[in-house]
Ligand binder design. Structure first.
Ligand code: SF4
Length: 74
């Protein structure tokens, strides 16, 4: 069982380049304002979510272990 993650995007930092959506499309989705939202933290693997977070050009993506609160990124 993969661990449960808490994933969120800082809307003030996101510049809407859709990198996260292309890496983990079941987790991240751009809304009508071209802001990424984490719509389903269980939609893609932890590795894909962390890859998306690492590739965000403005470090707008945050990832935590939902149960322990351990920060996984950044
Ligand atoms: S990669 Fe970062 S800046 Fe680009 S859409 Fe996703 S959260 Fe926004």
């Amino acid at each position: 069982m993969p661990r449960k993650l808490k994933v969120w995007v800082d809307p003030h930092a996101c510049v809407g380049n859709a990198m996260c959506e292309s890496i983990a499309p079941r987790v991240f989705r751009l809304n009508d304002s071209r802001q990424s939202e984490a719509v389903d933290p269980a939609g893609d693997s932890e590795a894909k979510i962390l890859e998306a977070a690492e590739n965000c050009p403005v470090s707008a993506i945050y990832v935590e272990d939902a149960e322990t609160g351990e920060r996984l990124f950044p």
